[in-house]
Design a protein around this ligand. Sequence first.
Ligand code: NOJ
Length: 548
Amino acid sequence: MTQTTRHWWQSATVYQIYPRSFADSNGDGIGDIPGIIGKLDYLRELGIGVIWLSPICASPMRDNGYDIADYQAIAPMFGTLDDFDRLVAEAKARGIGILLDLVVNHTSDQHRWFLDARSSRESRYRDYYVWRDPAPDGGLPNDIQSTFGGPAWTLDPVTGQYWFHQFAPEQPDLNWGNPELRADIYRMMNWWLDRGIAGFRMDVINLIAKEPDRGITADGPKLHDYIQEMHRETLAGRDVMTVGESWSATPATALLYSGRDRAELSMVFQFEHVMQQWHETWGKWQPKPFDLVALKRVIGRWQTALADDGWNSLFWGNHDLPRAVSKYGDDKRYRVESARMLATVLHLLKGTPYVYQGEEIGMTNVPFSSIEQYRDIETLNMHRLHLEAGLPEADFITGANENGRDNSRTPMQWNDAAHAGFTTGTPWIEANPNYERINVAAAEADPESILAHYRRLIALRRTLPLVIDGRYTPWLEAHPEVFAYTRTLGTQSLLVIANFTARDVTIDIPAALRGDWQPLLDAAPALLRERATLAPFEVITGLADRSF
Ligand code: NOJ
């Protein structure tokens, strides 16, 4: 993408809020919209341009709002529509846009469409969902499994058919083949867009065009027709940003979504760098040892493939993933060093960076020891299934501690008061006990904190066009401990060399990178000779009049 066609969201940094866990204003133990409004000045200071709000619509909260019962009502536990309008206005006054989470692959089973649909085969909403007769032997229509474990089909005893659900049974899949359903969704999207939101994050958008009879769940043949129609009907002519979640995206399909001639989405969330670390069969519950060379290969492939067309999203964490510093850094001895290093490596890549709440103060995974402490539907289901399959309880807890979704859902750590200052009541999930040390108040008092570093990085993106537009060049690709790259725009380049280990690492500096580098961020000027030794999790950065 050239500078002349740059979009506002290419120079913005996005901050993800998981409303349930961010800030509770009324003491019920659950975060809410007035709580978020109270923290907008904090977010303005951080320098972000967009907030992605995880779902806030009316929901029975089986999956914490990713099961929507009414797309045009706010969940009472989060506030009212007036609160939401106030949030949009107050955020706008601080130069921040609000991105809503569009969950339209499925609804809640409490949505009025589904309640009506399951009341009779003749319901006018029956075809809004995916129903199939039992197999001739009375069993499941086929063997597709749901993401949360168990079959993707549940029998409705009243009407005698199975409904299809790629997640929990309480999250019935919508039938995007039905044009009336699609029109209803577009009407709803326009209703929110007209309220002044900045765009949408689109939940599992790659799954909407499923064709279960052919065993197709992701990337169905009609997927891009639907997204293009959605674009025509809702996004066209509006200067908004959209990011589609796609666990199946490859660099090639990312161009279908975000290529400049495609009229679909601004970008996708891609997960190759996440899944590259999962077990082939047991997935995230049996993580593989960290492999930096593989991680660099994946990131580099995406950087290169979307260099001139399409656009990357950049993230280490979100509400479904473990804490970045625990996953990729060292959350014990080198928490501050490794969190700062990870932020530098990510934010200086090409793309739009996303900060997940608490990442900017280096929040860590939570050391739960008993399944009773977990709240996440996926973790609880998988626990049951793993135990039924004969796996030891302790192994499951180890996997959940490492990769379970509740790691990122514990309360935001504001200060060292009870429950991290998140609530005056009893939080819906325990705070991480390390809040006494790791919290916003402590970070704000320390000029060398992770938070201070995030502020500098985010500000740099606004002032240095090279960060947004520069061409990516990888260095030391086969090195197992060091991540190195340059970005070049015209005759200027920036350099990043990061030690991903808790040891001193000595490297041979490639000849082209030797010489003087001017300071970037808070670093000292660097003179790179033939060899350099990086301290644990140290990152060298620099700026120079050079071109690669
Ligand atoms: C992806 C969301 O990020 C996750 O939290 C949710 O459980 C599933 N989609 C289902 O909506």
